[in-house]
Structures are given as C-alpha cells and as structure tokens.
Design a protein around this ligand. Structure first.
Ligand code: PLP
Length: 379
C-alpha cells in the first residue's frame, strides 16, 4: 500500500472521524483536502484578503498528504530541494534564495536586517502595511509618500526622500501595489535602481506579479545580478493558492541573501508547505486557471461597478478598489450580513473599499447584492 493510500484508509480518517464536531464521516480526508478554500466556517464568502478562491492544486493536495508521513522529521532536506528547484527556475544559485513562512517573514527579515541609526523607510501611501508594522520596533524614520493621482508610486518624491540626506534608506516598492492593485511602470523603477547609491536598499514586493497583464510592468529580478542593494520577494499565497500554508521567498545577491538569512527563524518553512510549493511551482495549468477565473470575476465586477456608477481603480491583481458612498464600516457590516466579507480600512482611502475577487459564481451573487444595496440607497 502506498503511503498516501495508507493514510486515506486508516490513520487520518480515524483521527478525523473521532472529531465529530467537524461533521464529516463518509470520506473525511477528501472532505478536508478537497473543499475549496473559499468559505469561512460561518459560510461567508471571503472577499477580504486577496486569497485565491480556487484553493491549492490537485498535485499540491497529493503532495500534502504524502508529506504528512514525514511530519515527524525536520524539513531541512526538503527545504534544500525546494530551494534548488526555485534557484534553477529563476536562474540563480541556491545561496541567492531566502525562504520565509510566507513572504511576510522575508519582509520582516529585510526590515530588521537594514535597520540602522538614522535610517529611513520610504514607502508609498497607501501600501501593504506589514512593512510598517515590522518597523515599529526598529530605528527607522518612516516616510510615507502619497501615490500619484493615477495611483502609481511617486518615484520622484520617494527618491528625493530616500537620497537627500545620505543616510541609509530602505525603499519598499509594492508592485502591483496593495491595496490599490495598480502598477508603477517598471521602466521608471529601473531608472532609479540603475542610478541609486549603495545606501539606498530596494525591497521589491512582487506578490501579485503573476496576475499582471499590463506590459509596462516586469520583474525587478534581473537587478540582483548587478546590485547588492535589492531583494525581490515572491509568495506562494496568491497565484498558487497557498495562503494558509505560509511560504514565500526572497531572491538577492548572495551577500544580501546571507545577511537576510541571519534574521530568519531556524527551520521556518514546514514539511507540508514545502511539499505543496514544490508541487505547485510553475504549474502552468494552475496558473492559467487562476488567471482565467480571476479575469472572469474581474470583468463581471468591473461591469457592475460601471453600471452603478461606482468609481474604481484600474486593477492588475486579484482585487480592486472601488469607491462607496457612505460610511465604510457600515457598508462592510451590511455586506457581512449579506454573506460577504469585504475590505478593511486603508487610510487615507476611507471612502474606498478593497474587494478581492472570488469565484465567478460568488461574484455574480456579490454583484446582485451591490444592485440590491443601490435600490435600498445604501451605496
Ligand atoms: C503585497 C503583499 N506582500 C506580501 C504579502 C504577504 O503574503 P504572504 O506572507 O502570505 O506571502 C501580502 C499579503 O496579502 C501582500 O499583499
């Protein structure tokens, strides 16, 4: 009996069947691994965390089951194998890859590694807040530069802020940007990186790059071959649908990667996540399907927002921002009552909601709910 069949036949089903509260009995393992990760326990549709509504791929599910059998072992061999795979695909050496429990951990490593007296942290406003959270315990002077009127990073002002004093600066570039889902053209970013002095360090967060269709954006990865002052951060949470498994990585010059690794916790990635990542990475079928489903949901949502005259930002990711009239918290509560979890506060954009795209059928119901809200005068 293969290990997977053994588990299916015995051990895990026994464990699960013993937990009557889960309410699964016929095929408990399938129920656990086959249910798409789209709903919360109270059955709301989650349109609030930029997750992939498809769930993990079939190959990743099989790999997860297989990996449970080695859960008693430390994951260093498997992590090394994953790093080899990632390095080969990105055409870098293994010592240029830094693995994290989610890309969030890599962001944290960078913030910690480059903290210094009088250092600045320069970022867009609004942008992904994790970096801001991690800097609170560090010695940075935080400088937030508002996005331009077309929701790009204001690179001129960011550059001025980062370079003017001659002190170290960490520049966070989130492209596409969260929460706006808008891109900043890469040509302008490249121009800055090419000329930037050594004391300016770039943290390039490409969490959503696989969704980008706009030809004006590309990866900053080639810079790691020429520069020590950049790390490019990627995640398995979005296009690969693995947000709950927690795996991301950074790619950098070997010296930079070594510096970051000093701030990683030991054995940070777990067996299950490593196995799922290995099975999902560059899985064309999964990527194509994730993009296609996202495109369908996006088009339907955009058409409905246009029909209702609700202003929206252009999106290059698996979410968008749209304006609402009235109070955001009230809107969110009403949506929750209707079965949809949406957005959170992203100051200063407090009359805009960030909406993640779910499955097309869920977005169809969401769009009907929006129309209903309009009839009630709520939006
Ligand atoms: C821009 C960006 N970077 C990083 C992350 C963190 O992702 P994870 O830690 O799941 O890889 C997120 C999560 O939403 C994000 O939006």
């Amino acid at each position: 009996m293969r290990r997977r069949e053994f588990i299916r036949a015995g051990t895990l089903s026994g464990i699960v069947a013993g937990t009557g509260a889960l309410g699964v009995s016929a095929d408990p393992l399938s129920a656990l691994v086959a249910a798409p990760g789209r709903r919360t326990s109270n059955d709301s549709v989650r349109l609030n965390s930029n997750e992939n509504p498809l769930g993990i791929s079939p190959a990743a599910k099989d790999a997860v089951i297989e990996a449970i059998t080695v859960a008693n072992r430390y994951p260093s061999d498997q992590q090394a194998a994953l790093v080899t795979k990632l390095a080969a695909a990105h055409e870098v050496s293994e010592n240029q890859i830094v693995v994290g429990t989610g890309s969030a951990e890599v962001l944290q490593m960078v913030v910690q590694a480059y903290a210094a007296p009088r250092a600045k942290l320069v970022m867009a406003d609004p942008t992904y807040e994790a970096v801001t959270n991690y800097q609170r315990t560090e010695a940075y002077e935080l400088i937030k530069v508002p996005l331009t009127t077309n929701y790009e990073h204001d690179l001129d002002r960011m550059r001025e802020a980062a370079e003017s004093s001659g002190h170290p600066a960490l520049v966070y570039l989130c492209n596409p940007n969260n929460p706006t889902a808008t891109i900043t053209p890469s040509a302008a970013i490249d121009e800055w990186i090419a000329d930037a002095p050594e004391h300016v360090f770039f943290l390039s967060d490409e969490a959503y790059i696989e969704y980008v269709e706009d030809q004006r954006m590309w990866s900053s990865l080639p810079w790691i071959h020429k520069k020590r002052n950049i790390v490019v951060v990627k995640t398995f949470s979005k296009i690969y649908g693995m947000a709950g498994l927690r795996l991301g990585y950074g790619i950098a010059h070997p010296d930079t990667a070594a510096r970051l690794t000093d701030f990683a916790s030991r054995n940070n990635a777990n067996q299950i996540a490593i196995a799922a990542a290995g099975a999902s990475f560059r899985d064309d079928e999964l990527i194509t399907k994730s993009r296609e489903v996202n495109r369908q949901s996006r088009e339907m949502t955009e058409a409905t927002l246009d029909e209702l005259g609700l202003e929206r930002m252009p999106t290059q990711a698996n979410f968008l921002m749209h304006r609402i009239s009235g109070d955001l918290a009230t809107y969110r509560n009403r949506m929750a009552d209707a079965g949809f979890l949406v957005g959170r506060d992203f100051p200063p954009k407090l009359d805009w909601n960030r909406l993640s795209f779910g499955l097309p059928e869920d977005m169809g119901r969401f769009c009907d709910t929006l129309r209903d809200f309009r009839k009630k005068g709520w939006i």
